[in-house]
Design a protein around this ligand. Structure first.
Ligand code: HEM
Length: 136
């Protein structure tokens, strides 16, 4: 058996959370995501769905992504099962909103210098979640 590919007895592969740089790096990514949402006219439709003050949104997405990336389960510790689709039902989310969310997140990853080898699979997985949020 090839231990290089099975990783038997070796240190476990790092999680995406660890590869990204841990909790501070996730927070920095989320902060850049919401800063861009505030700043960039291209994300105005997405911004308009959110509260005037984004502090609560920043905390929630940070807590959620820590767990989603394989790190600490801050979100579920506080709120239980995320039920993300149900929690997004009050907001009109179509392809435009989905695409703005994705473009904003991809730009934030680029600006935070997330390695392409990590950013690409993350973007693909996030797209699946973002597309699942569509309700119109
Ligand atoms: C598809 C486009 C999306 C739109 C338009 C959207 C919009 C929103 C809005 C308006 C809120 C409420 C803001 C607030 O509670 O402060 C929210 C909450 C949230 N969103 Fe999204 N979102 C999208 C995709 C996503 C994706 C892909 C994720 C996860 C990867 C996500 C994670 C969350 C979380 C964790 C919350 C907080 C839920 C709660 O506890 O109330 N969203 N989103």
């Amino acid at each position: 058996m090839n231990t290089e590919t099975t990783n038997q007895g070796a240190t476990p592969d790092p999680t995406p959370f660890e590869r990204l740089g841990g909790e501070a790096a996730v927070r920095a990514l989320v902060d850049r995501f919401y800063d861009l949402m505030d700043l960039e006219p291209a994300y105005a439709t997405l911004r308009a769905l959110h509260p005037a003050v984004l502090d609560g949104s920043r905390d929630k997405l940070h807590w959620f992504l820590c767990g989603w990336l394989g790190g600490p389960s801050h979100y579920t510790d506080r709120f239980g099962h995320p039920m993300l689709r149900a929690r997004h039902l009050p907001y009109r989310i179509g392809t435009e909103e989905r695409d703005q969310w994705m473009a904003c997140m991809v730009q934030a990853m680029q600006e935070q210098g997330v390695d392409e080898a990590l950013a690409q699979p993350l973007a693909r997985a996030l797209y699946g979640t973002a597309d699942w949020m569509r309700n119109v």
